[in-house]
Ligand binder design. Structure first.
Ligand SMILES: CC(=O)SCCNC(=O)CCNC(=O)[C@H](O)C(C)(C)COP(=O)(O)OP(=O)(O)OC[C@H]1O[C@@H](n2cnc3c(N)ncnc32)[C@H](O)[C@@H]1OP(=O)(O)O
Ligand SMILES: CC(C)C(=O)C(=O)O
Length: 525
């Protein structure tokens, strides 16, 4: 594949995606997601905005330290402090990029920046020059490009290319453009920007009108060779171009685009599930590519067609996305090989130790459930991954509940701390979950307010497992925890403890790192 036959995938799940309300991830979650994106094969990971907080700096810095083979990028305003922080954060990466930006549209210049055209131009050039003094790979974005006067865009882009920018990003920041607008602008810029032939043109489209993927494809058609996107389409407001959608559109319609990517598409489903698990936001059932219904057929005419020839109603192969067909039924008589194979097919490359641990949990679950579904296995793997890091571990939860006037709800917990200290506590509550949360809070002596709680069934049937998400807030720190169990009270208690553990860990950053300490405050006794 030559550079011109390939579209670079710039994934911004950890920056634009993470900055959307409800999607923030803690340090460990960002590192876990970066590993998954790197294994997926994205070319560039925009890992965060290092000047935003000490926590984001540390996350970008650790991702740069631990991720090989993928370019690690950080975002910086056209401000010296932001560029210095970003340069320092990405420094450990073998392949590093600084992405600097400034808004160019009249409304942003006048009302947000309070700068005239000449000042914006000068700041853009200065920022790129400064970024180039730290790294070779510099990307420049003209924020709100699609509402900017085209002549001014040409002037700014020509100047930043001369100053050393290698990638020119043309964002539709507010998701206002149509595919025709995008095609016209990219074609025009390719012709008129001085030096455009020596740089990569990039699209960054938002989904306010539901056009982010269509607009990104229009940009590619007009010569863009980098697309900025986020898994599950997360991002500001309605989100960004969805990584899984743009990749599968290019692959499925190779007849029309004839452009490749370096993505291992078989991992898309697993990475999408991982992100849902980490953030507590399930993708809608009817979501393209990775939704539960993407390859499911219930109506008779469709089922008949599928049985006669699957291509009557499916334009992609589920296995190309990593959605496995359940040919092997897993239950209590299944062995380690079949289990490991299914986990792999679901996009989880587990180490032998992780397989042992998940397999033991699988056997326990199989004793309680007749048939284990793919969702059950995902629950086991993701749930384990989320709940295993301490410092507190739930050994036993006992709940006594009732219904009707005067019914009492009680919970007793036995927790063990990483130090070996065991604590038993009990509490009454307004319901079994409330009692369990209060007992855990007493045992850990942690203080945090419950901001959100939900539980949903994964898999089908009365014996389906429950997946619970909890969001806790302490001062200005908000964390999410997950728990999976066949008993929904236990799932809720696990999620609550997972979130409490995250708050406690946030308060004590890893002393081994040389990066600035997290701003989170001490929580637990
Ligand atoms: C389209 C996008 O997605 S852009 C990225 C958006 N992401 C984020 O904002 C997340 C990270 N942001 C943050 O943590 C904070 O906003 C910070 C640390 C960057 C700045 O915080 P503060 O100094 O408190 O400023 P605040 O956010 O209130 O205002 C932004 C300031 O930056 C200026 N600014 C905005 N964009 C740029 C830019 N690209 N270059 C230079 N200055 C800029 C604004 O005009 C404003 O300046 P003013 O204080 O002189 O009015
Ligand atoms: C910083 C830029 C690329 C951005 O996120 C936008 O304009 O939406």
């Amino acid at each position: 594949m030559t550079a011109n036959d390939k579209v670079l995938i710039f994934d911004t799940t950890l920056r634009d995606g993470e900055q959307a309300p409800g999607f923030s991830m803690d340090h460990d979650q960002k590192l876990r997601m970066a590993r998954a994106l790197s294994e997926l094969g994205v070319d560039i990971i925009e890992a965060g905005f290092p000047a935003a907080s000490k926590g984001d700096f540390r996350a970008v810095n650790d991702i740069a330290r631990q991720t090989s083979g993928t370019t690690i990028c950080g975002l910086a305003r056209a401000v010296e402090g932001d560029i210095r922080a970003t340069a320092e954060a990405v420094a450990p990466a073998a392949k590093k990029r600084i992405h600097t930006f400034i808004a160019t549209s009249p409304i942003h210049r006048e009302h947000k920046l309070n700068m005239d055209k000449a000042t914006v131009l000068a700041r853009a050039v200065e920022a790129v020059r400064m970024a180039r003094s730290f790294v070779d790979d510099v990307e420049f974005s003209a924020e709100d490009a699609l509402r900017t006067e085209p002549d001014f865009l040409i002037e700014v882009f020509s100047a930043v290319i001369e100053a050393g920018a290698r990638t020119i990003n043309i964002p539709d920041t507010v998701g206002y453009a149509t595919p025709e607008d995008i095609y016209r602008l990219f074609s025009d810029l390719r012709l008129k920007v001085k030096g455009a032939e020596n740089v990569v043109l990039s699209a960054h489209c938002h989904d306010d009108l539901g056009l982010a993927v269509a607009n990104s494809l229009a940009a590619v058609r007009a010569g863009a060779r980098q697309v900025e996107c986020a898994m599950n389409g997360i991002g500001e407001r309605a989100g960004n171009c969805a990584t899984e959608e743009i990749i599968m559109a290019l692959k499925t319609r190779a007849d029309s685009y004839a452009l490749g990517t370096d993505i291992n598409t078989r991992k898309l489903y697993g990475v999408s599930k991982l992100l849902s698990g980490l953030t507590g936001h399930a993708v809608p059932r009817n979501k393209a590519i990775v939704g539960e219904n993407a390859f499911a057929h219930e109506s008779g005419i469709h089922q008949d067609g599928i049985l006669k020839n699957v291509e009557t109603y499916e334009i992609m192969k589920p296995e190309d996305i990593g959605v496995p067909k359940s040919q092997l039924v897993l239950g209590k008589h299944s062995g380690r090989h079949a289990f490991a194979e299914r986990a792999r097919a679901l996009g989880h490359d587990l180490s032998p130790d992780q397989i042992d641990e998940a397999f033991t949990a699988f056997k326990t679950l199989a004793d309680r459930k007749k048939v284990i579904t793919n969702s059950d296995i995902e629950g086991l793997i993701l749930g384990k991954e989320m709940g295993t890091q301490g410092p507190w571990h739930l050994k036993t939860l006992q709940v006594s509940t009732g219904s009707g006037d005067g019914a009492l709800h009680m919970a007793a917990v036995h927790l063990v701390h990483d130090t070996g200290r065991a604590v038993r506590e009990a509490s009454m509550g307004n319901g079994p979950l409330d009692a369990a949360f209060k007992a855990i809070k007493r045992a850990t002596k942690a203080s945090a307010a419950l901001a959100d709680f939900s539980v949903r069934s994964i898999g089908a049937g009365a014996d389906a497992q429950g997946w619970s998400d909890v969001r806790l807030v302490h001062d200005d720190v908000s964390v999410h925890g997950s728990g999976v169990d066949t008993d929904i009270v236990h799932a809720g208690a696990k999620a609550y403890l997972d979130a409490l553990n995250r708050l406690i860990r946030e308060a004590k950053p890893d002393p081994k790192t040389t990066a600035p300490a997290s701003s989170a405050r001490a929580l637990s006794a």
